[in-house]
Structures are given as C-alpha cells and as structure tokens.
Design a protein around this ligand. Structure first.
Ligand code: OGA
Ligand code: NI
Length: 357
C-alpha cells in the first residue's frame, strides 16, 4: 500500500472557514447523527486519574512503588491520565503554547509555505486520510518529526515566530526525557526490565513526532467533531492541552468523559503499539475532540513511537501457554498507513489485527 502524492480534494483551511463568518458548516464536516457529540448532555463528574510523578525516582522504594502502582492502575483502568511534577518547566510549556498560537495567527500566505502532502504529512495540514469523500474534522494542524535525527528536517519547521525552532527543540528534548521516564515505569509495571520497552522501540533509534492541533471556533459544534474518535497508533502520547478551553473526551464504556485539564499538567495516553507489545495488558483508549462556538482551542500532542522499520510484536516474556500472542508482528511504518489512508476510525485497526482464537 503506497500513499498517493497529493490530496484527493482541494484543501480548505478550517481557520479560514471559521474566520469567514459562515453560520452553517459545509457538508463534509457534518457527521452522521450517531457520531455527533451530545453537547447538551450534563457532564458526568468523572475524571481521569491525576498522578504526581515526583516520587518516580525517589530513593525510598516504597514511595517509588506507590507511584508505579498509581501509573499501573491508570493505564489499566483508563489508558489515560494526567501527570503533575513531571519535570518539565512550566514556563517552557507556556512558551511552546505561545509560539504555536502565534504561528496559527500568521497570515495564511505565510502558513501556506508549509502546506503538507500525504507523502510524509510533515507541515501545515487540514486533513487526515486520503480517501476521497471522507468526512473531515474541524481542525488544522502542524506535523513534524523530532526523532530519529535522520528524520528530523528543521527546514520543514516554521521560521516564524522567530524563536519557534529554538523553543520547539527545547520543548521536544524535555518531552523525550519525560517519555523515557514513563517508558521505564510502563516496563517495570509489566514485570519487564526497565529498559525493555525503550529497546523494543529501537533504543537510540526511537521515533518522536509532534502534531500541533488548532481547533477554530465552530458555528455548529453539535454537528461535527474537532477530531473524530481514534486511538493513537504509536507508543505513548503526551498532550499539552489548551490551558483555558476543554475539548478532549475519553471513551469509557458507552460514555465520553471530558478531560478537565489540571494547571501545568500533561495528559498521557497509551497508544496501539504499547497495546501490541504488552499483549493487551495495556489498552489504547479511544478519544475524540469536541469544538465550540465561543473559543478556539490549541493543543500540542507529542508522540513517542517505535522506530518505523522495526517489527513490533507482543513481548516474548509475556506470552504463556494460556496467553498466546494476540497480534502478528508489524512495523510501525506499515501500521500507520491505515490511519493515514482512512483517517481516524476508532479502534478498528488494532482490533482487526487480533488473531482469531
Ligand atoms: C491527537 C489527539 C487531542 C487534543 O492529536 O491525537 O488526540 O486534545 N489530540 O487535541
Ligand atoms: Ni489522539
């Protein structure tokens, strides 16, 4: 399966649509009634766990174990949690948000210089999936690679605002460190050696990329979604949500739980590759984004992924006679072609891989 070189339809920037003052959204954005968000539904007072990571490296083993078990519970019960005392400076988080907001406020002709194509997805985009006629989501984004270094192409990163590349490098570097910390915790919680998952992701050749999401105001937020339900295809995701506007919803059974961001926290979630490696001890969880008519929303999603060329399969150490491997080996490059072709489709991909039993 090869991706085509160009988008199947002319690209429309959602931000331009929003700024044009339309009162009705174009039909490509209107979801079938069963997929629309029910915005009127009273928000349930349920929240994803918040985990304080400060004791993850404590010299006191009991404090460390306590944090590890909170992480384990959050992974198993939710697949999503917020982290505080994560080691990333709050001022840097603020600067990262700020430069990206400035980027999206640049004149359209400046942003168009970074317009992306479905070949690599790098750059300024407004669509996920190349199939003609698919429903579109109410967002624009910027996608870039940070690791491995061989894939990092700073020429594709914005030159404006002036500090963009510098802040981006500093922020990504810190997020790599946080990802490494979480990967150790995830390994130990599976009963594996602490560097197990890092090695399985390719060690030094691990991949990391970022998707900055911009969700403009929407005149009919009850008919569409900022991002359709999906599980993240990669390893783990560290999201810096908007500081003021909520929108991320996590599936819990038949319900959608709105994440209420804690100040200065990151939202962490397990992706499909950790579901595969852990032989479904960890599960990636479906999530989506709702939009609103009053405020735009900005989020920075940092994806820590296996190197694209390495075969990912359930860890041999977790396979028992009564726990056979649930997934066949596959490289992440092959795996991610699915979402890049069809767009976000819930958890259908990882579920479809499951070997029949
Ligand atoms: C994503 C994602 C959530 C958000 O980019 O994969 O799920 O709140 N983003 O923007
Ligand atoms: Ni996601």
């Amino acid at each position: 399966m090869n991706l085509q070189q160009t988008w199947p339809e002319p690209i429309v920037r959602v931000q331009s649509l929003s700024n044009s003052g339309i009162t009705a959204i174009p039909k490509q954005y209107i979801k079938p009634s069963s997929s629309r968000p029910s915005l009127a539904q009273p928000a349930r007072d349920v929240h994803i766990p918040v985990v304080d990571l400060s004791n993850l490296v404590s010299a006191d083993p009991s404090l460390r174990d306590e944090t590890l078990s909170l992480v384990l519970r959050a992974c198993r019960e939710w697949g999503f949690f917020q982290v505080v005392n994560h080691g990333v400076e709050h001022a840097l988080m603020g600067r990262a948000r700020e430069i990206w907001r400035e980027f999206f406020y640049l004149p359209m002709e400046v942003k168009q210089c970074y317009a992306n194509s479905p070949v690599t997805y790098e750059g300024y985009g407004s669509r996920l999936g190349v199939e003609k006629g698919i429903k579109l989501d109410w967002n624009d984004y910027f996608f870039l690679h940070y690791l491995p270094v061989s894939l990092r192409d700073e020429k594709t990163w914005p030159t404006l605002p002036l500090s963009c590349r510098e802040v981006l490098a500093e922020y990504s570097n810190e997020l790599v460190k946080l990802s490494e910390k979480l990967m150790k915790a995830f390994s130990v919680n599976l009963g594996l050696e602490e560097n197990y998952l890092q090695k399985a992701f390719g060690g030094e050749e691990v991949a990391a990329c970022m998707r900055v999401n911009f969700y403009p105001k929407c005149p009919q937020p009850d008919l569409t979604l900022g991002l359709s339900p999906h599980s993240d295809p990669g390893g783990l995701t560290i999201l810096l949500p908007d500081g003021h506007v909520s929108g991320l919803q996590v599936r819990q059974g038949d319900d959608w739980v709105t994440v209420k961001p804690v100040p200065n926290a990151f939202v962490v979630n397990v992706g499909d590759q950790l579901q595969v490696l852990s032989n479904a001890r960890y599960k990636s969880v479906e999530h989506r984004v709702i939009v609103n008519s009053a405020k735009e929303r900005l989020s920075l999603a940092f994806f820590y992924n296996p190197n694209g060329n390495i075969l990912i399969e359930p860890a041999k150490e977790l396979i028992k006679e009564d726990q056979p491997p649930l997934y066949p080996p596959m490289t992440f490059n092959d795996y991610r072609l699915f979402i890049r072709t069809r767009g976000p489709c819930g958890k259908s991909q990882v579920e479809s891989l499951k070997s029949p039993r």
